[in-house]
Design a protein. Structure first.
Length: 176
């Protein structure tokens, strides 16, 4: 069970199977998945495959990650607890050794500081409680919004990944 966090405007709680429809709906927005080819191929265009998309999201929810890691649903505080998106802290490519921080938000919540607010909370947790020494984020070079969030939370652009067919930049942050 993942720890639940509250920030000024958000609740970050463990993502569960009850969140699957919200996640799938969010991914159906072509702008949301524009720089995530493995998801975009499942939800937009001629290769749309609802069953494979649902299987992918479910697998990410039910996977057992190392202690204290996984996916959190980001909800807006208040009576309706609107689904904003999710944030993750998992071994990169599901195997590590690097630990990745990442986020995906519904488009109507872009540009409001929610990703930054959620990511700052997860970074504090990763460094102070889990004692992780370094976090990474691999972000498509054209994804200006996510790159801006990474920089706001202190991640440093480490340059394009090697053998990189998807044009991702490696960002990282180390705890001294």
């Amino acid at each position: 069970m993942l720890k639940t966090f509250e920030t000024n405007r958000l609740i970050l709680r463990e993502r569960t199977l009850e969140d699957i429809e919200s996640c799938i709906e969010m991914d159906r927005d072509p702008e949301v998945v524009k720089y995530i080819p493995e998801i975009a191929n499942l939800v937009v265009g001629s290769s749309t495959n609802e069953e494979e998309h649902r299987k992918f999201v479910k697998e990410r929810i039910i996977t057992e990650y190392p202690k204290g890691m996984g996916y959190w649903t980001i909800e807006k505080k208040g009576e309706n607890k609107d689904f904003i998106g999710w944030i993750m802290l998992i071994p990169i490519n599901m195997v590590g050794p690097e630990i990745e921080v990442g986020w995906r938000l519904r488009r109507k919540y872009w540009g409001k500081g929610y990703a930054t607010e959620a990511a700052n909370e997860i970074l504090r947790y990763a460094f102070d409680i889990l004692k992780i020494k370094e976090l990474v984020a691999d972000i498509h070079h054209l994804n200006k919004g996510s790159r801006r969030v990474a920089e706001k939370i202190g991640l440093i652009n480490k340059d394009m990944l090697k053998n990189n067919t998807n044009n991702h930049i490696r960002y990282s942050i180390c705890k001294d």
